[in-house]
Design a protein around this ligand. Structure first.
Ligand SMILES: Nc1ncnc2c1ncn2[C@@H]1O[C@H](COP(=O)(O)OP(=O)(O)OP(=O)(O)O)[C@@H](O)[C@H]1O
Ligand SMILES: [Mg+2]
Length: 246
């Protein structure tokens, strides 16, 4: 279980968030939705130690940590692929740094390349493929860390609608089949409602969790479910009536 209490981050004298509490139960799929610039990525950077928090307590499975570090795999909003490595080499970086069995990791990477529609592009460089393909490669690399906790910052934002649906199914598999605990940011309310066990609406500034919605509808879900449509309409109204919320 991930528990965060009193998280505070100040940039240039401005409180991005202050005294923020958040918890994610083991195996839970929790999604954060909020206005662009409210501090979602800053929170993830703080939790993972990319840019530490100014204050706050973090614990994972009841062990206090300065930051999640090696306990979590973090897919940042920017894809951060290394331009001088091919897509496959980028995907195998976690295996190299983690001193893992390289043959086994290559098999896993190949399977993920097929599953994410990247097969045939293994030796392409990031600047030779589309933004959506780079994003899929970044997702492969995140999964290659093989951690129990995964933080995903808008992982599907650069994808077309069809690829997005197919990768949403993959994200569900991460929870159901691979038993991962997932904390994700999205600007797509429908995506949040299809995937999450709980959706937190954030407001700025400082960023606070203004409302949480527990969703216990079985998955996979469809938008023919009138309950989901009602929640969607409510969330859109809370967020200002449109879906371009970053
Ligand atoms: N390194 C930094 N130095 C100073 N200010 C920063 C830094 N990083 C982020 N900020 C500020 O913190 C606030 C939150 O930014 P953040 O990127 O966390 O927002 P976000 O909710 O992820 O937005 P988006 O949905 O557009 O990705 C913004 O006002 C931003 O300008
Ligand atoms: Mg962001």
């Amino acid at each position: 279980m991930l528990q965060v209490s009193g998280a505070t981050k100040i940039y240039n004298g401005q409180k991005i968030f202050s005294n923020l509490d958040l918890s994610v139960a083991t195996g839970q799929f929790k999604i954060l939705v909020g206005p662009s610039g409210c501090g979602k990525s800053t929170l993830f950077d703080g939790l993972t130690g990319v840019m530490g928090l100014d204050q706050g307590k973090i614990s994972w499975n009841h062990t206090s940590l300065e930051h999640l570090g090696r306990h979590a795999a973090y897919m940042q909003q920017k894809d951060l692929l290394l331009p001088w490595f091919s897509l496959m080499e980028n995907s195998l970086l976690p295996a190299k740094t983690g001193k893992q069995d390289m043959d086994r990791m290559k098999i896993m990477a190949n399977k993920l390349f097929v599953r994410l529609g990247l097969n045939g592009y293994e030796s392409h460089y990031p600047n030779e493929v589309s933004g959506g393909m780079r994003q899929r490669c970044a997702l492969v690399r995140t999964l290659m860390f093989n951690r129990d906790l995964i933080l995903l910052d808008e992982p599907l934002s650069a994808l077309d609608a069809i690829t997005r649906r197919s990768l949403q199914s993959l994200l569900l598999l991460l929870q159901t089949e691979f038993k991962k605990t997932i904390l994700m940011i999205t600007h797509d309310i429908e995506e949040a409602l299809l995937l999450a066990d709980e959706v937190c609406l954030l407001s700025n500034q400082p960023m606070v969790i203004s409302e949480s919605f527990i969703l216990d509808q079985p998955k996979p879900r469809h938008f023919s479910d009138p309950d989901l449509l009602k929640i969607k309409a409510y969330m859109l109204a809370q967020l200002g009536g449109h879906n371009e919320i970053g």
